[in-house]
Write a protein that binds this ligand. Structure first.
Ligand code: G4P
Length: 509
């Protein structure tokens, strides 16, 4: 087989996806079922065991344990039906939308989990909108069918009208709530039941009637429309009872999107290209308390990454040796000997790699679409021990590069300001500064409520900076940021300096 054929074969069986849902819809339970179906974990218990797993995997910070939430994003790799699945874990907490957004830049599809009793909830909607923005195809899993649920037709209607999406049921629930007995595959006309049911069983009678209605009223599956993000194939199940989970996995294996082409500044990179390209979308520090490490998660976008090769970091032009790229499984990591488009590898490093970094075998290009968002909460960092100012400077820089917070150094030399999208990030920063760097801090309010990246020609910038000296800061890359005290002040600046651009999103380079 030629090199190109090997690559084509490998990427054809990669499925890289994330699960999006509102907290409590069942994402963790479903994740665990998927991993188990793929043989990635053997756990005795059910959801209870997830706590244990989380703890072993990412107990790098008391805060995560104390609050019972997952602060980190990571990847889990498993095999099923001849495919290699890379499941990227998105943090469930609302506060981490930036992280979540970046994670969604690295997937080819998303599974949207909906609680059958609650329907579409806030967070599902927000995440869905991010997926739509990026044209990510979505498979819907309606969970908790073993409980009292909304009327199924009403639910499908809610998804269709609430998200402006064609909804195509691929399976149909047999029985409801405590009588939920499995699913009927509308395409293959096959049953997946937990127990034998006779044709005269009420549930089968109801199913017969409903199927007629479904076929008459709802759209047929259309692969093209699905791939374009216009239609969502929909499955029913109960993660906790392990019903409908293999329907979902089979769907991903059968028609789930393969690694997609990725947009870069100079061109679009096709997944089947032979030369290596990869994108760092996440940095995670100290995942393992026994090994203080910093892992950059890179999605391979094309070609083949092999252990020992040297890759070019486009931002600096440096060659970086891939001594120990890693794959992550539910509980373990293993050295990655080779990885292909769609795979996510962890690259241990000491701060060389940053979010948004493009890695290539040689070509100079930068993948786009890994953004920073203008933070909505700004605080000044107050250091308790003035002797540690230098240490704090390094610590803040490192944590900002990791994406924990955004860092703004005021141009007037006053103490640094941090910006976050969600308030919980401040707690994370404070805890990590104290624990990992020995630099305890407190926060002080600032007279600013908005941050915008400003750009424009040199003269206009100079003029603007002179008039706004105290409200100007430099971000982690040294790019100028305007801190506005109110929406009114921002509007005024925009009006007075119409030759400058004020942006609330910055593409990371
Ligand atoms: P999340 O990650 O989306 O936040 O949800 P998670 O899987 O943690 O599930 C949230 C709750 O819903 C859990 O119950 C879980 O057991 C339950 N659950 C998940 N899937 C199903 C399902 O298919 N059917 C039913 N009936 N329940 C389901 P909990 O009481 O909050 O937690 P626990 O005490 O059971 O751990």
């Amino acid at each position: 087989m030629s090199q190109n054929e090997v690559i084509a074969n490998e990427i054809a069986r990669r499925r890289t996806f994330a699960i999006i849902s509102h907290p409590d819809a069942g994402k963790t339970t479903l994740t665990e079922r998927l991993l188990r179906a793929g043989g990635a974990i053997q756990l005795a218990g059910n959801v209870r065991a997830k706590g244990e797993r989380r703890r072993t995997r990412s107990d790098w910070m008391g805060i995560e344990r104390d609050r019972g939430i997952s602060v980190v994003t990571s990847v889990m790799t498993f095999e099923y039906g001849g495919c290699i699945f890379n499941l990227l874990d998105t943090p469930g907490h609302e506060d981490f939308s930036e992280d979540t957004y970046r994670t969604l830049t690295a997937v080819d599809s998303a599974v949207m989990v909906i609680d059958a009793a609650k329907g579409i909830e806030d967070r599902t909607r927000k995440l869905f909108e991010i997926c739509r923005l990026r044209d990510i195809p979505i498979i819907t899993f309606i969970n908790k069918m073993d409980r009292e649920s909304q009327d199924v037709f009403a639910l499908l209607d809610e998804v269709a009208s609430g998200l402006a999406l064609d909804v195509c049921p691929m399976t149909w629930p047999v029985g409801r709530a405590s009588d939920f007995a499995g699913t009927y595959d509308l395409q293959k006309r096959a049953y997946h039941l937990t127990s034998e049911l006779s044709q005269s069983d009420d549930r089968m009678v109801q199913l017969g009637e409903e199927i007629d209605l479904v076929r008459a009223a709802l759209p047929e599956f259309d692969a093209e429309s699905f791939m374009a993000g216009h239609l969502t194939p929909t499955y029913f199940g109960s993660a906790i009872k392990d019903i409908g989970v293999t329907d979902l996995l089979d769907a991903l294996a059968d028609f789930g999107p393969k690694p997609r082409a990725q947009p870069a500044d100079t061109r679009v990179v096709d997944a089947a290209e032979p030369e290596l390209t990869a994108l760092v979308f996440k940095i995670q520090a100290n995942m393992d308390p026994n090994h203080r490490d910093r892992i950059a998660f890179a999605r391979v976008c094309s070609g083949r990454l092999t252990r020992g090769m040297r890759v070019k970091q486009v931002r600096t032009g440096k060659l970086i040796p891939m001594h120990a790229p890693q794959f992550f499984f539910a509980r373990d990591r293993a050295l990655a000997e080779e990885a292909f488009a769609g795979d996510v590898v962890g690259i241990p490093n000491h701060g060389t790699l940053r979010i948004g970094d493009t890695l290539t075998s040689d070509e100079v290009l930068n993948f786009t679409g890994v953004p920073y968002f203008a933070p909505e909460i700004l605080r000044r960092v107050h250091l308790s021990d003035a002797m540690k100012a230098k240490k704090l400077r390094t610590a803040l820089q490192e944590l900002a590069e990791e994406g924990v917070v955004q860092l703004f150094r005021p141009q007037d030399g006053s103490p640094p300001i941090v910006g976050v999208v969600g308030i919980l990030q401040l707690d994370v920063l404070q805890a990590r500064l104290a624990q990992e760097y020995g630099t305890p801090i407190t926060f002080e309010g600032v007279p600013y409520s908005l941050a915008r990246w400003v750009s424009g020609d040199k003269l206009a910038m100079e003029k603007f900076i002179t008039t706004q000296r105290t409200a100007m800061a430099d971000d982690v890359d040294g790019d100028p940021v305007f801190l506005a005290s109110s929406a009114f002040m921002l509007r005024r600046a925009i009006e007075n300096f119409d030759n400058l651009t004020f942006r609330d999103i910055k593409d990371i380079r």
